[in-house]
Design a binder for this molecule. Structure first.
Ligand code: TPP
Length: 669
């Protein structure tokens, strides 16, 4: 352990390592250095674009990768080339990735190290720092559930450690006793921001105390120190499953990225850290101990040089991507063939409330898939704030009905990690409003992962939403539009108990992230006949809940009840009420067909008017059904204010207030 950085040539402790191992480490650290040296030349020649250099920090990536088993997961960042080379990724494929070629890991869809390759157990980053730390939690949670010995290592920079995700992920791992090494590469800068403008603690291992876990600090430039630390932490962690913060002290010898320069870094720091260069020092040590002869060193460099030249030649020879819209759209979602299961004929059924139907669906989902995990705040003994999972922990155990700390982001990240390990999961937001605290995971991680690197994301996020219960601006929002706008998500919004159960059981099977809305007011106010046995319903299919001739009403959720009420109030107008059931993708065919017959259409939702999904639906109908329309497509939404608390204000807020008048107006056209 060390706390102060000393600027002297590195001293290596070879322990009882064999010559073969020492040489293996040498080859492993030389390769990323030589790739980077070549990158700098290619950059100057304008043959490659952006590059984040890890020169000076290679001992960390390489020491970690070599210190783990090949079955362990690594979640590296932008300076961790040595992880990718250490796990023997094909160089041509890696270079094609950087060049945006189709042969790369993301078919040109994402850049640099932004990809996962599960076969190598390397799960790369998204741009948003901190986002992968929670994913490591999920990966290691799967290890605990499967009772295997796989661990994970999640990288963070010292700058990225200021993100809330860092705190949430470590806190969750500490509470759940997950085998994750949270590795902080402390290189003193986050882009241009020095440590003293980033955090106040003296060192990151001090933070470990607050999380009740162990913190270990090493000289990150010394490959043998890193290797030793990782092997011993890993050995212990496979038995004693607790997370550890491993702080590696190091320095970035080049700019944040090659175009950004290094003016903000005092020159003497480069001189001091040059003395501690991880590659040169290790090479010197090996030569001094006779493990590496000069001839062997020259031969090795020559071999790598040729290998790189060949891989680059092949990369440049790869054709540029031919853009193809169909192919792009196809990969946004993981393929899913829905197998319709109808309620068994003659099976029993009961009148149930929506809350009971959701509960039923979840219960049967858990029975059907023994790998399925539910995570949420207060969902075990307490049963969840709406009692949807009441008593579940008794039947399925607390491992599967998992109380979570108040860490929305880490838990949604964990759900992605579980998916990577082949497990489906459900995350219950206590209220849909709180999803904002996990927004990044949904919008940037869950939704984009399949498109980027072909990983199925079987996560259902349950969202108790909506107004009508006098709960004010932060417990009443309709926020489906936030997700409707995000390719890669599916958005489901049932209006009644029968649909809620059938749509939920399908969502649990779907290998795509599903944002599943459950209206709080409807939980206990609507009832319908619900089969006791298992059944499911297709996503993406709407339902005509009331046939009519004069006006097509497109709605969902609570809006369905509003429209049914208005139909009773206005028997002179015949409404064809369509319950969309799934908002993304929405059932255009069903809607267009109805509009063709009625010639008039109104879109009704509880969400505020401006930017609500009604705008998109109305625009599409106007465009696609123009010839059939006898009037403009109209919309009803709620007031463009936050959802107010007082009952009087809330009633005024809700679009229901103007619905009958709008229908009369449309009818009069
Ligand atoms: C959430 C988020 N905010 C800002 C950025 C922009 N950004 C990219 S790298 C970086 C600095 C990161 O510093 P650090 O975590 O110390 O890692 P280092 O680059 O030093 O390895 C910043 C601010 C980002 N990628 N993600």
């Amino acid at each position: 352990m060390q706390t102060e950085t000393t600027f002297a040539p590195l001293v290596f402790n070879r322990s009882n390592y064999s010559d073969a191992l020492l040489l293996e480490l040498y080859e492993a650290i030389l390769l990323p250095r030589m790739i980077e040296e070549k990158m700098l030349i290619l950059l100057r020649q304008g043959k490659v674009s952006k590059w984040f250099s890890g020169i000076g920090q290679e001992a960390i990536s390489v020491g970690v990768t070599k210190g783990l088993d090949s079955s362990d997961y690594i979640l590296p960042l932008h300076r961790n080339l040595g992880v990718f080379t250490g796990r023997n990724l094909e160089l041509k494929k890696l270079f094609c990735q950087w060049q945006g070629k189709k042969y790369g890991y993301t078919k040109g869809r994402d850049r640099s190290f932004h990809f996962g390759t599960p076969e190598h157990r390397v799960i790369g980053m998204i741009s948003h720092l901190g986002a992968m730390l929670g994913v490591a939690d999920g990966i290691s949670l799967a290890s605990n559930l499967d009772k295997d010995t796989v661990i994970s290592v999640a990288f963070s920079g010292d700058g990225g450690a200021s993100e809330g995700d860092f705190h949430e992920a470590i806190n969750t791992a500490a509470v759940w006793e997950l085998p994750v090494i949270f590795l902080v590469e402390n290189n003193g800068y986050g882009l241009s921001t020095p440590s003293n403008e980033q955090f106040r603690c003296k060192q990151f291992i001090d933070k470990a105390i607050g999380y009740g876990i162990e913190g270990i600090q090493v000289d990150g430039n010394n490959i043998l120190d890193v290797y030793e630390a990782v092997t011993s932490i890993a050995e212990k962690m496979r038995k004693d499953r607790k997370p550890v913060i491993l702080e590696c002290m190091t320095f970035r010898m080049r700019g944040h990225e090659e175009a950004s320069g290094t003016k903000y870094v005092p020159k003497e720091l480069f001189e001091q850290w040059e003395i501690k260069d991880p590659v040169k020092n290790y090479e010197r040590f090996l030569e001094e101990t006779g493990v590496l002869t000069p001839t062997r060193a020259v031969m090795l460099r020559e071999r790598i040089k040729n290998q790189l030249a060949e891989a680059w030649e092949q990369t440049f020879a790869e054709p540029e991507i031919v853009a193809n819209i169909e192919e792009e759209l196809k990969d946004v979602y993981a393929p899913f063939v829905h197998e319709l299961t109808l309620p068994s004929s003659g099976g029993s059924s009961q009148t149930k409330r929506l809350v009971d139907a959701v509960s039923d669906g979840l219960r049967q989902g858990l029975e059907k898939d023994p790998g399925l995990i539910i995570m949420g705040q207060d969902i075990a003994e307490y049963g969840g704030v709406f009692k949807v999972t009441d008593q579940f922990h008794k039947d399925f155990g607390k491992e599967r009905i998992r109380n979570t700390p108040l860490c929305e982001s880490a838990i949604l990240g964990s759900a992605l990690g579980l998916s990577i390990r082949g497990r489906a999961s459900v995350v219950e937001m206590q209220f849909a409003d709180f999803v904002t605290c996990g927004f990044n995971q949904i919008i940037n991680n869950l939704s984009k992962t399949h498109y980027r690197w072909n990983q199925a994301v079987n996560v259902t996020v349950r969202m108790p939403s909506g107004a009508g219960v006098g709960a004010g601006p932060f417990h009443s929002q309709s926020n489906e539009a936030w997700f409707f706008h995000t390719p890669g998500l599916k958005v489901v919004y049932p209006s009644n108990p029968y649909d809620a159960k059938g749509l939920l059981t399908t969502s649990l099977l779907d290998p795509n992230p599903v944002i599943f809305f459950e209206h709080k007011y409807l939980y206990r106010s609507v009832e319908s006949e619900v089969p006791d046995g298992y059944y499911n319903l297709p996503l993406g299919k709407g339902n005509i809940v009331s046939k009519g001739e004069d006006i097509t009403v497109v709605t969902y959720g609570w809006g369905v009840s509003w429209c049914m009420e208005v139909q009773k109030m206005l028997p002179e107008v015949s409404l064809e009420i369509i319950d969309l059931r799934t908002l993304l993708p929405w059932d255009e065919e069903l809607v267009f067909e109805s509009v063709k017959n009625t010639g008039k259409c109104i879109v009704v939702h509880e969400d505020c008017l401006t930017g609500g999904i009604g705008g998109e639906i109305a625009a599409t109908i106007s465009e696609k059904c123009f010839k059939n329309l006898d009037a403009p497509v109209m919309r009803v939404g709620s007031l463009d204010t936050p959802v107010p608390f007082s009952n009087h204000l809330e009633q005024q807020f809700l679009g229901k207030r103007i619905l009958a008048d709008k229908i009369k107006e449309l009818s009069a056209f």
